[in-house]
Structure formats: C-alpha cells, structure tokens
Ligand binder design. Structure first.
Ligand SMILES: Cc1cc2nc3c(=O)[nH]c(=O)nc-3n(C[C@H](O)[C@H](O)[C@H](O)COP(=O)(O)OP(=O)(O)OC[C@H]3O[C@@H](n4cnc5c(N)ncnc54)[C@H](O)[C@@H]3O)c2cc1C
Length: 441
C-alpha cells in the first residue's frame, strides 16, 4: 500500500459559519494541508460524515487515505445539522422492496436500519466527545392522514423487522414532546435514534480516521480532477495529489469537478434556531425524555434540546447562507403554535446549511469511471445514513463487488431543467406548504 504522506501539520483557524455547534464544539484535531506533489491510494473529496466515515473505514483496512476538504471538516451540512441520529431512510422498508426487489430492498433496510448503531459504536470505540445520548427518536404526525398513511405503516414495518418501535397516540405525543394536544395527531417512537453535537461528531470522526492512519486536510479545495494513465490527478491551489481511486463526497456542495454530477441533486437550505438555555420549569415540560423529534410535514419541522437545555428547532427556509435573526420569525411562530407557553423570543443562534435532494429522494452511490466513486443525495437525513454510506463506500473501494454491497450502485440520474432549480424549489415549497396545512386541519 502507498502510505499517505505526512505533509505539513498545522492547526486550522475556524472557517466555519457561526452556529450553536461552532460555538460549543470540541476542538478540532490538527489537520494537514497538502504541499507539492503527493500520492495516496484513495483521495476523498469532502470532509463531512460521508467522506470522514469512508476515510476511517478505508484506513482501518490499511489503505493510504487522504481527505481533502475545501474549508474545514464539518464545514458543510455535517457540522450544521440538527444532530438527530435517525435509523433508516425516509422510504419505508416495504417501499424499498417494491423499488429494488425484496433481496436488495431488505439489504438496504438492514444496513440503514443499523446506521444509528454504527454511529454510537464509533462514538464508543473512538471515545468521541459529542454529547451523544441514545434516548430514541419521535416522528410526530401533523394530522390524521399522515398518521394513518405514513406513521402507522412505518412503525409496523420496522416492528416486523424486530425493532422495538412503538406507536404513540395523540396524548402520548403531547406528553413526550411537551406540545399542545392540538399540535400532533400521534406518532411513533424509534428506540434506535438519539442525539449528538454534530460538529463534535464530525471532528471526532476526523480524529478517529487520523488515529487509524488517514490524512485529513483542511483548506484544500480540489480545483480539477482528471484521469492520468491508471491514476487520478487532483489539483489544488497548494499542489497536486495523485490517487489510485477517488471518492466524491460533496453532497449538496457538489461543484463542477465531475461533469453532470451537480445536476443529479438540488441543494435546498435548512434553517435552525437555538434559544438560550431554558429555565428549569420550562425544561421539565419540553421533551422531558430528551428525544429528537421530527414531524411528518413535507416541509418538516425538527426539534430537540442540547446538553445545556437550549431548545433547537429547524425547518425549511428560503434563506440561503448567513441568515439574520429576523429570519427566525417563521420558526418562532411554529414554536409558539406547538408550545403555547414557551417564550420563543430568546433566540441566541440562527444558522443554515444545505441538504441535497435527488429525483427519487433516495441517497445515491455511483461508479462514475474506473476508480471514481461518488455518494451524494442525503435528502435531509444523513447523520447515521452518511456514516453507514462511508462504510459501504470503503467496502466498494477495497474491492467488494457492487452486487455484494448493502446499497446498490446506480447510474447518475440528472434533473432536467436543473438550471431552473431555484424556481422549482420555490414553487414546490409553496405547494408543499399548502398540502401540509390542509393535512393538519
Ligand atoms: C440544517 C440541517 C439540518 C439537518 N438535520 C439533520 C438531522 O438532524 N439528522 C440527520 O440525520 N440529518 C440531518 N441533516 C442532513 C445531514 O446533515 C447530511 O445528510 C450530512 O451531513 C451530509 O454529509 P456529507 O458528508 O455527505 O456532506 P457535507 O457534510 O455537506 O460535506 C460535503 C463537504 O464537501 C466539501 N467540498 C465540496 N466541494 C469540494 C471540493 N471541490 N474540494 C474539497 N471539498 C469540497 C464541502 O466543503 C463540504 O464540507 C441536516 C442538514 C442540514 C443542512
């Protein structure tokens, strides 16, 4: 195996956008930057959960791995998300069987159903300090129809696969969430889920990959990617890297490095607010069991408490990067509607990040060319899924045949009229808002 070069080691000053997570994360490990001409077995472009998990699992297999992150590991969605660790995909297991056939469908459900186990096992194994708690995940139905059509089958299908999931009636959801009884019609509790501090988890994955021998580079934007004989050549402002294999793990931040790849996803902003730590009386009423909560809206709301008792809520927003405090108004209104007694004025942090939506709302794994793998399309759920996808990518890059993987390798599926995506996202958001409102009546 070709070892990843030692390179220049330096502490990276934080290039992260302001957020609760950036303000409270564990310190980063000492990242590298490539210098001159270097080589490795596998170059990974993108330092989020997907790329970092792939690096960790490849390094464990003894390959020389270099992660190249344009900003700092965790800069993308991985350091800005809600920190809700959720098992499974957004598609129900039976739907996956219909789409892929029972054998592949069950294989996907088994792997993605175990994705939260993988997250908590890595946290234990590498002692990642990220305020992880495994208190379960609640999906709350915003009306009778989503309860009957989505929540009940989803819960029953996981129960049929051995998960100790539980349906919750209206009053149980109100008690567990601390919401007004009118807010939710019922829900289900998935014991596999939990919470963590996402930026600390990303930094912990980076440190774990480094401990296993991977090199993790910050401030290392890959500017071009080209085939050179039997290798790939990656050029950066600071130098050049050649690699036998390349993994593109850039999700919603996918640029023009590989022709057409960006057209397979639509980047959509998700926006979050965090309050000041709640007083003890309010804290005792809101999500007293400490679960992560996501509702069934198409423009979903998700919320939780952090380890210091701040209330954090996220949702769809037209705001792209660098949101202002005034952009918090729709989420403050949602907080008042769901938790009438709760004073939502004390917002300490607002921030946003991008998720990648695919045509079929499934994550995608591609072999774009010999030795060039891409995984993208989290569709808004990726703390656990991307960690598992990184492990699957490591198997693929280590020689496991695609047919033996837990997730299918498919051809890229671009959106037509991708250049009009902003208009499309706006129109769909309005339509979804209307449907969500009608269903919650
Ligand atoms: C606001 C928000 C809330 C969310 N909440 C949850 C949640 O609670 N639970 C959950 O399961 N999921 C959640 N998600 C989704 C989850 O965060 C993502 O699925 C996951 O982080 C994607 O990880 P990734 O590694 O694929 O991509 P990212 O973390 O986005 O990483 C991609 C990286 O690629 C880098 N990059 C791009 N181009 C280049 C280049 N040319 N050279 C070098 N580097 C490059 C970028 O700088 C970026 O850091 C949320 C997402 C957002 C945005």
């Amino acid at each position: 195996m070709e070892p990843a070069d030692a390179g220049l080691i330096r502490k990276v000053s934080s290039s992260l956008p302001a957020s609760l997570w950036a303000a409270t994360a564990s310190p980063p490990p000492d990242y590298s930057t490539p210098a001159g001409t270097e080589r490795c077995d596998v170059a990974i472009i993108g330092g989020g959960f997907t790329g970092l998990s792939a690096a960790l699992h490849l390094a464990k297999r003894g390959l020389g791995v270099t992660v190249l992150e344009a900003a700092e590991p965790g800069w993308g969605a991985s350091g800005r998300n809600g920190g809700q660790v959720i098992a499974g995909l957004k598609h129900n297991p039976d739907n996956l069987n219909e789409t892929f056939g029972p054998e592949t469908g069950e294989r996907i459900s088994t792997a993605m159903g175990a994705a939260a186990d993988l997250v908590f096992a890595l946290i234990d194994e590498y002692r990642i300090a990220c305020h992880a708690t495994r208190t379960g995940w609640i999906q709350a139905a915003h009306g009778p129809r989503p309860y009957d059509d989505l929540v009940v089958p989803r819960c029953r299908q996981w129960q049929a696969r051995g998960v100790a999931a539980r349906l919750l009636d209206k009053s149980e959801v109100a008690a567990l969430v601390g919401s007004t009884p009118q807010a939710y019609h019922g829900g289900w509790l998935d014991p596999r889920g939990g919470l963590l501090q996402p930026l600390s988890y990303a930094r912990g994955l980076a440190a774990a990959a480094m401990a296993e021998g991977a090199r993790v580079c910050a401030s290392s934007k890959v500017e071009t990617l080209a085939r050179a004989g039997d290798h790939w050549r990656l050029s950066l402002a600071q130098g050049e890297l050649t690699a036998k294999q390349v993994i593109l793990a850039t999700n919603a931040y996918t640029d023009a490095l590989w022709p057409g790849l960006a057209r397979t996803v639509i980047p959509v902003s998700s926006f979050q607010v965090a309050t000041a730590p709640l007083d003890a009386a309010t804290r005792a009423c809101i999500i007293p069991g400490g679960q992560g909560v996501t509702d069934t809206r198409r423009l979903l709301l998700y919320f939780r408490l952090d380890h210091e008792g701040r209330f954090i809520m996220g949702g769809r927003s037209p705001v792209d990067d660098n949101p202002a405090r005034s952009d918090a108004a729709p989420l403050q209104a949602a907080i008042r509607r769901i938790f009438p007694g709760f004073d939502a004025r004390m917002i300490d942090y607002v921030w946003s990040g991008k998720v990648a939506i695919t045509k079929d709302t499934l994550p995608h794994l591609h072999m774009l060319a010999p030795g060039l793998i891409a995984a993208l399309g989290c569709n808004g759920r990726g703390v656990a899924m991307c960690t598992m996808m990184g492990k699957i990518i490591a198997e693929l890059a280590s020689g496991t045949a695609p047919r033996d993987l837990a997730f299918p390798v498919t051809a890229p599926n671009p959106f037509v009229l991708h250049e009009f995506r902003k208009l499309g996202v706006f129109a769909m958001s309005q339509y979804y808002r209307l449907l969500d409102w009608l269903e919650s009546r």
